[in-house]
Design a protein around this ligand. Structure first.
Ligand code: SF4
Ligand code: SF4
Length: 720
């Protein structure tokens, strides 16, 4: 024991460059320098590419979110969302390589700085790489490295044996002439293989060194390296043979590590460097309230139109396929996949900025799509197919599931702005925009008719422009003009009136809030509509706003504050839930089995998930959830202006897929809380021929039915 304590001094260490002579050292340093230069050149090119981008205005978001985002990156929670196995594996890979990187820096400081400087100035060689420090260092490197090795093996098995569907690289739409993404698959395996080989050779090296040193007592601080040593010994290897083999494996390990460093900026491995930055810089609110167009022209025409964050997004993508999996357009057979969009733009941006990408590229027989000539190709329409861009419902699911903070929707809208500028859009969309420009609504109805639905009420709704009210009801186009939905609006008005809610309307002064107009890419028209509404809102007398339409809710809550109006905006379900819970509405419990569809713009964009469920609970309904619910809801297919386009690009409309999902639950009612959903899903029920099995009802109708139930004998709930 005394001898051991005595050893916890300078003798407890490991030789650096063991068995490598002066020539070997010189060769190593030369190759390391070459590898560093190759890395630096590639990284410099990448940084130059980001520098071409416009400012992204992310300063405040970065400062505000730095601490919490770094925590989530460290815990691997962003990757773990929705996939525990991969999340845990990424956690160990991230920390394994972080520890390895820090360990290499420490070793470099000791070997190349402390020892050389002390030799030069003190006449003897100093080092801190021994004793207790060495033991702690060794333990950390050994355990973290081994966890990382296991995690990499798991990822290899997952990719090679289990093969999750979303890790396949089939495109959402097949371009004429075909394409090949074989090189991307090869790139994945080279990346994974290199990491595995580096770690495996590191443990073989440690095992050979421990065996060559005759298993010193302190080798227990390298528990996994020691296992390798025991295994070699068990296989009959002698200490002398281990010393000889050590030199060979040292060179293999060093060559792999230095090759990998050089490989990083030219491959998918680049995501290791940019993902952390991208996650810190990501800003969800950039999708809720879209960025303004590039300064000189609408839409994106060249690489310098992109912001640096959008260019960073392209390199951050790990091709995990989560966005590809959840995209309703892709699921419906449309030629859009958010993953393809990012990969196409990445390939094009790399070519445009003169960057070099080894493997990790799509190949085509003809220079189309991402292979289009970088110096003159139209981004929207050539690099990215126009049909793909128009297929997006702006449901935001891709943004929400991306583990590395890629923001697809703002980029899609910027590209749509180019298409709108060229007039490259469907006739039906053109007509809707024309209607919005002339009448302020997409249905082409006279603005004067907006308040007509109120005429059949037996009370008068105040005009908020003429008298003060507590709530301004911003009704929205569909709830105002669509004859199939006007009765729902009247029912809601009666319920609120009976409950004593003080509310008023803008009548003919209300215009479409512009949420979907902006997402179509018609920025000029959005500004016209929004400026009109802002002016009217400023003149009206009210305290808070509520709206029937989740899309309108998003515009009023998230887009209008930039125009100088910042009101508290509610969705009508939030108001109804409050009234029911406060006892302002008397009713008889319904006790019905229903399912509920969360609108994207309500649940995902604005986090209103509980209010409709609170209503259903209050009414005594049994809610049977669809598998995709809450913020993970599946889009109806109407958003982003898709309601104004035809569905020829879809083999199955998202609304039909959703109705089929509901039918599998065996419930009779499909409850919605959005006028557009009423329209979309009523049509979908007819399409699948399920009128006798499933009824689509606005949640207001359930409240009305519960109130009407008071006329029948039985228990009641709620108080006036
Ligand atoms: S917003 Fe929705 S439809 Fe558009 S690309 Fe993303 S997931 Fe697909
Ligand atoms: S964009 Fe994000 S979610 Fe989509 S494949 Fe890339 S990393 Fe995965």
């Amino acid at each position: 024991m005394t001898g051991r304590i005595g050893l916890v001094g300078t003798a407890v260490t490991r030789p650096i460059f063991e068995g490598i002579g002066p020539l070997g050292k010189a060769i190593f340093y030369f190759v390391a320098a070459v590898s560093t230069v190759v890395f630096a050149w590639g990284a410099w090119h990448r940084v130059q590419k980001y520098r071409v981008g416009r400012p992204a205005g992310r300063g405040p978001a970065i400062r505000a979110a730095l601490a919490s985002r770094l925590r989530s990156i460290g815990k691997g929670t962003s990757v773990a969302r929705g996939n525990r196995g991969a999340g845990l594996a990424h956690f160990f890979i991230f920390w394994g390589f972080t520890v390895a990187f820090v360990a290499t820096v420490i070793l470099t400081i000791d070997t190349d700085i402390v020892r050389n400087v002390s030799r030069l100035f003190a006449g003897h060689e100093d080092s801190f790489f021994h004793g207790t420090f060495f033991l702690v260092y060794t333990f950390f490197v050994d355990t973290f490295g081994f966890a990382c090795l296991l995690a990499l093996l798991y990822m290899g098995v997952r990719r090679g044996v289990r093969r999750p569907w979303r890790l396949g690289y089939s495109r959402a739409g097949s371009p004429a002439g075909g394409y090949s993404r074989k090189a991307m698959v090869e790139g994945d395996w080279v990346f994974l293989g290199l990491l595995l080989a580096i770690l495996l050779t590191a443990y073989v090296l440690t095992g050979l060194r421990i065996l060559g040193q005759h298993m010193p007592w302190f080798s227990v601080f390298s528990p996994f390296g020691r296992i390798f040593a025991e295994a070699f010994s068990g296989l009959g290897m002698t200490a002398a043979a281990a010393v000889s083999a050590h030199t060979v494996v040292w060179w293999v390990h060093a060559s792999l590590a230095l090759s990998f460093v050089a490989y990083i900026p030219y491959s998918k491995a680049m995501h290791m460097l940019v993902d952390g930055v991208n996650l810190v810089a990501t800003d969800r609110t950039a999708t809720l309230a879209l960025p303004t167009p590039a300064p000189d022209h609408p839409g994106y025409q060249e690489i310098s139109d992109f912001t640096w964050k959008e260019l960073l997004d392209l390199d951050a993508c790990t091709r995990c396929g989560r966005c590809h999996e959840v995209c309703p357009a892709r699921a419906g057979g449309a030629p859009l996949s958010p993953r393809d969009l990012i990969l196409d733009l990445r390939q094009w941006a790399d070519a445009s900025s003169g960057g070099i990408t080894l493997l990790d590229r799509e190949r085509r027989p003809e220079p189309t799509g991402p292979l289009a000539r970088p110096d003159g190709a139209r981004i929207a329409g050539q690099v990215v197919d126009a049909a793909a861009l128009w297929s997006c419902t702006t449901c935001m699911h891709c943004v929400d599931v991306c583990p590395v903070g890629v923001e697809h929707v703002p980029t899609i809208v910027q590209l749509r702005r180019s298409l709108v500028d060229e007039g490259a859009m469907e006739a039906t969309l053109q007509q809707a925009l024309q209607n919005l420009a002339t009448q302020g609504n997409s249905l082409g109805k006279s603005a004067r008719m907006r308040g007509r639905w109120t005429r059949e009420l037996d009370f008068v709704i105040p005009d908020a422009r003429k008298q003060p009210v507590r709530y301004l009801w911003f009704v929205g186009d569909f709830a105002s003009f669509d004859e199939r939905l006007q009765e729902n609006s009247r029912i809601l008005a009666r319920i609120l009136h009976e409950a004593g809610v003080d509310f008023g309307l803008l009548f003919e002064a209300e215009r479409n809030a512009g949420n979907d107009v902006r997402r179509v890419g018609e920025e000029g028209l959005f500004e016209v509509l929004a400026e009109h509404n802002v002016e009217v809102l400023r003149e009206a007398q009210f305290e808070e706003i509520f709206t029937t339409d989740p899309h309108t809710l998003n515009a009023l809550r998230n887009e209008y504050p930039a125009l100088g109006v910042n009101y508290r905006v509610w969705h009508y379900t939030e108001l109804l839930a409050k009234l029911l819970e406060e006892g302002a509405i008397r009713f008889r419990p319904l006790r019905q089995r229903v399912t509920y569809h969360d609108p994207c713009y309500l649940a995902r964009y604005n986090g209103v998930v509980e209010a409709p469920r609170r209503i259903l609970r209050a009414l005594g309904c049994e809610l049977v959830e669809m598998p995709r619910n809450g913020a993970d809801t599946f889009c109806c297919g109407a958003g982003g202006g898709r309601i104004w386009m035809d569905d020829a690009a879809f083999s199955e409309r998202p609304s039909v897929s959703r109705i089929n999902e509901a039918l599998r639950l065996g419930v009779g009612q499909f409850v919605v809380a959005c006028p557009k959903d009423m329209s979309m899903f009523s049509d979908a029920v007819k399409t699948v021929g399920a009128e006798d099995r499933l009824v689509v009802r606005d949640i207001t109708l359930l409240v009305e039915e519960a109130i009407a139930g008071l006329a029948e004998p039985g228990p009641t709930a709620g108080m006036l």
